[in-house]
Design a protein around this ligand. Structure first.
Ligand SMILES: [Zn+2]
Length: 133
């Protein structure tokens, strides 16, 4: 799709078949969608996607960034309450030919090793996401 200059994020919002809901959307409004990662690299990994198309954080309006941080804070509170996360990593990596602004929220649970070398795990199913969603 990127080679055809199609944004997979916009395409998914229109057609819904690239990243199917599968019951993993935990919050959505007119600006953002928050969804558990289907193949997470951390227990509780959550994707926060802008509804509006921006290639990356450099194009993001400050007001949207402020809103995303506010909603991220609420997600962290829920993660702490439900998962007992101890720390959280927050990042955005939009590279390649076409991208759609999104952020990754990567919880670090109690007892898990911290530090850069343990930033993420192998992709996989780490928890019952449907139950927690
Ligand atoms: Zn897009």
């Amino acid at each position: 799709m990127q080679d055809d200059d199609i944004c997979f994020g916009c395409y998914n919002f229109e057609h819904g078949d690239i990243f199917p809901d599968d019951g993993l959307i935990i919050y959505e409004d007119e600006l953002i969608r928050c969804q558990f990662e289907k193949y997470p690299r951390a227990t509780g990994q959550t994707i926060i996607v802008s509804k509006e198309h921006y290639e990356d954080i450099s194009e993001m309006p400050l007001e949207l960034g402020t809103y995303i941080l506010k909603m991220t804070n609420r997600l962290i509170e829920l993660h702490k309450e439900i998962l007992g996360e101890e720390k959280v990593y927050f990042c955005t990596i939009c590279d390649g030919k076409r991208n759609h602004l999104h952020f990754q929220l990567l919880p670090r649970l109690k007892g898990e090793l911290g530090g850069y070398g343990h930033f993420v795990k192998e992709e996989g199913i780490l928890m019952d996401y449907h139950e927690n969603a």
